[in-house]
Write a new protein. Structure first.
Length: 140
């Protein structure tokens, strides 16, 4: 398993981690298989979305702020209830297909780490499984 570190700089931020995930897949040697991603944090998440236009990241955060605004009536004492709810909406995991040694994301797709309670040092866990070029099973 590969443990990627993501250092966020803002309270809310979306970080494109596509290249990091692609490097982990390449290092595994898997040419056909699956790439499992997991964020082990309760105030962060993952999204697969367009990465060609930086406005998409801003729009995602704006829409989530409208869906889940900070609310003084939240009962969680730490003051980050909205971050917990946004992470539920984003989700904590994703599975990507690997074909010919590359993750399949489509023409404009990217992998986003979504920070909702930063800035922090976070982790993204990457587990790659499948067949290498010799036809052997790999779990990395």
């Amino acid at each position: 398993m590969t443990r990627l570190e993501v250092a966020t700089r803002s309270r809310q931020e979306i970080v494109d981690v596509t290249r990091d995930v692609a490097r982990a897949v390449a290092a595994s040697g898997v040419v056909e298989g699956l790439c499992h991603l997991f964020v082990p944090h309760t105030t962060a998440g993952l999204a697969i979305n367009e990465n060609a236009d930086p406005d998409v990241k801003r729009d995602l955060l704006m829409a989530l702020d409208k869906l889940v605004p900070d609310d003084p009536d939240f009962r969680h004492a730490e003051g980050n209830s909205a971050a917990h709810l946004k992470s539920v909406l984003a989700g904590s995991g994703a599975t990507l297909l690997i074909s010919e040694g590359r993750i399949e994301l489509g023409s404009w797709g990217g992998v986003y780490f979504c920070e909702f309670d930063g800035p922090r040092r976070r982790r993204l866990l990457v587990r790659v499984q499948g067949m290498n070029a010799d036809g052997r099973q790999v779990l990395a």
